[in-house]
Design a protein around this ligand. Structure first.
Ligand code: AMP
Ligand code: TRP
Length: 325
């Protein structure tokens, strides 16, 4: 049995990219592994977020993760700030990472570009992420393709720490899905799908009404070639639709491509598949939102379990670097 860890920021507006790139794969591995899933509220502080919104979104992300099918009987679902070892280990790892390494992080460059002021926490973000995972001695980290570089850094930090201070951490690996590792925006298939405020028509929200899903898929940008073929380079829009169909129904992209002569039929089936995929999530979300007390109880129990594991690793790391205790 492997140990699995992953996290997601409570940024609101969860979309198909989050679901197919990450959440769905968390649900798929939860029964065969020891799994920890974390609402990373400390990471959310790296960008401007209203305090009351952060509080609300933290609980609502837990609702979403339960609604997509995480089973609190088998996984440890918790909030990052409830386990104080996360920022404590992050400091030890900040003193392991180098400025040169952090300067190379593409997500930092993207998120900081064009801003007048950039929070120092945005810069050290990947180090806190490394602490998240290393505290649980995780073997596998299921994430979307955009997190690969952070995972490489995490591995480098674990190896360096182990070499310098003696074996302390398991060196984790990224597990990226074969299809839909990078779900693209329906309007701009050259960029990844992200929060709906950036691109309302290009993003399918997990809670979108069927008629909105239908409309967004119908309006998805394709090309003028007219042939249904999987070729992400030459035909990014059509290939994205094929990946969505594949991820939602389980047929391969090539098999899916062979079924269609034109874009109209393909879009109709993609919309239908996404509507059935998301319907149970919408319903479950509504049920859970009506019983937030239960969700809070799940998070409290999760934090207790997480803390037990995290404190053992933290104490070991603190002792290894020579902190007096
Ligand atoms: P975030 O919302 O950025 O915290 O991402 C949460 C998880 O969703 C991470 O594992 C990401 O890699 C994944 N993810 C986010 N956007 C996409 C996308 N467009 N396609 C695939 N996976 C994604
Ligand atoms: N950086 C991740 C994202 O934006 C979220 C995250 C924080 C995470 N800590 C993590 C993912 C630990 C996996 C493991 O998607």
């Amino acid at each position: 049995m492997a140990t699995v860890f992953s996290g997601v920021q409570p940024s609101g507006d969860y979309h198909l990219g989050n679901y197919l790139g990450a959440f769905k794969n968390w649900v798929a591995v939860q029964h065969e592994n020891e799994a920890f899933f974390c609402v990373v509220d400390l990471h959310a502080l790296t960008l401007d977020i209203d305090p009351s919104e952060l509080r609300e979104r933290t609980l609502d992300l837990a609702v979403t993760l339960l609604a997509v099918g995480l089973d609190p009987e088998v996984v440890t679902l918790f909030v990052q700030s409830h386990v104080p070892e996360h920022p404590r280990l992050a400091w030890l790892l900040e003193c392991t990472a180098t400025v040169g390494e952090l300067n190379r992080m593409v997500q930092f460059k993207e998120k900081s570009s064009g801003r007048e002021t950039v929070r120092a926490g945005l810069y050290t973000y990947p180090v806190l992420m490394a602490a998240d995972v290393l505290l649980y001695q995780a073997d596998q980290v299921p994430v979307g393709d955009d997190q690969r570089q952070h995972l490489e850094l995490m591995r480098d930090l674990a190896v360096r720490f182990n070499n310098r201070y003696g074996r302390t951490f398991t060196v984790p690996e990224a597990v990226v899905p074969k299809v839909a590792a990078r779900v693209m925006d329906l309007q701009q298939p050259g960029r990844k799908m992200s929060k709906s405020i950036d691109s309302p028509l290009g993003t399918v929200g997990l809670l979108d009404a069927p008629k909105d899903i239908e409309r967004k898929v119908r309006r998805a940008v394709t090309d003028t070639d007219g042939r249904v073929r999987y070729d992400p380079e030459a035909k990014p829009g059509v290939s994205n639709l094929l990946e969505l169909l594949s991820a939602a129904t389980g047929v391969s992209v090539e098999e899916a491509a062979a079924r269609y002569d034109g874009y109209g039929d393909l879009k109709r089936d993609v919309a239908e598949a996404l509507i059935s995929l998301l319907a149970p999530i919408r319903q479950r979300t509504a049920e859970l939102r009506a019983d937030l007390g239960e969700v809070e109880r799940i998070l409290t129990a999760g934090a207790d379990r997480a803390h037990k594991v995290a404190s053992v690793t933290y104490e070991r790391a603190a002792k290894a670097v020579g902190l007096f205790s």
